[in-house]
Ligand binder design. Structure first.
Ligand code: ATP
Length: 232
């Protein structure tokens, strides 16, 4: 199986000198293509910090981190940005859609950033992604004129725009009611199964974690348990 992510002995500290505090202590983690994993743990255990490192938004203090075999610590900022854009999709608790843009334009954004100018192919791909998330008929609606669940579906379509190997989702259903959360979660699962996209999902919701294939638990900056979930 292809390895999408590898962390060896990754640490992260905040502050410096006497006030430096290590919040991640020697994280080892491998995610293979097609995995659907939950990252759980109490508030302050380091989940978002770990997601930021994996998402190449921040750098570890020590240790090695590679995405699709590319060792990130060796890369310059510009190369990191390129790797991030190509390999990783992000879904956050708040969707961060651009309010003035339509659903279609929001989904096209990552492709525009990469290629500079809109073209017909980009538009076709954005339309097919919106179709996949069940929102093609809303493509010309402004991001603010659709419901919270629909906004999060657009955010998922946007995360998939560059066909990433890995999607990092930080409390993707945290703002949604149970029914809508279930729909958004199902959608991520469908994408995982149909494209073999790897998902790492931070969640506080034990119901959702229980529907992932693997549950990784972080406590005080350490992985204290990492187990396959047999209940799915
Ligand atoms: N920018 C920062 N500067 C200093 N300390 C930080 C910073 N970000 C996080 N921390 C600290 O690092 C630790 C881990 O925080 P982190 O946000 O990663 O935890 P979390 O598990 O995601 O929590 P939550 O579930 O509440 O989002 C906490 O002790 C937090 O106070």
């Amino acid at each position: 199986m292809a390895e999408v992510l590898r962390l060896d002995g990754v640490t992260k500290s905040y502050g410096s000198g006497e006030v430096e505090t290590e919040v991640l202590h020697g994280i080892d983690l491998v995610l293979e293509q097609g995995e659907f994993a939950a990252l759980i743990g109490p508030s302050g255990s380091g989940k978002s910090t770990l997601l930021n490192l994996i998402g190449l938004l921040d750098r570890p203090k020590y240790g090695r981190l590679s995405i699709q075999g590319e060792e990130a610590s060796q890369l310059e900022e510009a190369e990191l940005t390129r790797l991030r854009g190509r390999a990783i999709g992000f879904v956050f608790q708040y969707h961060y859609l651009i309010a003035e843009f339509t659903a279609l334009e929001n989904v096209m954004m990552p492709m525009l950033v990469e290629r500079g100018r809109p073209d017909a192919e980009m538009q076709k791909r954005a339309e097919s992604l919106l179709e996949k998330v069940g929102l093609l008929q809303w493509k010309d609606s402004r991001a603010t004129n659709i419901s919270g669940g629909q906004q999060q579906r657009v955010a998922i379509a946007r995360a998939l725009a560059m066909n990433p190997a890995l999607v990092l989702a930080d409390e993707p259903t945290g703002n949604l009611d149970t029914h809508t959360a279930d729909g958004v979660f199902e959608l991520m699962r469908e994408v995982n199964l149909s494209n073999r996209t790897t998902f790492l999902i931070v969640t506080h919701d034990p119901r959702l974690a229980a529907r992932c294939d693997r549950i990784i638990e972080l406590v005080d900056g350490r992985i204290v348990s990492d187990r396959p979930n047999t209940r799915t």
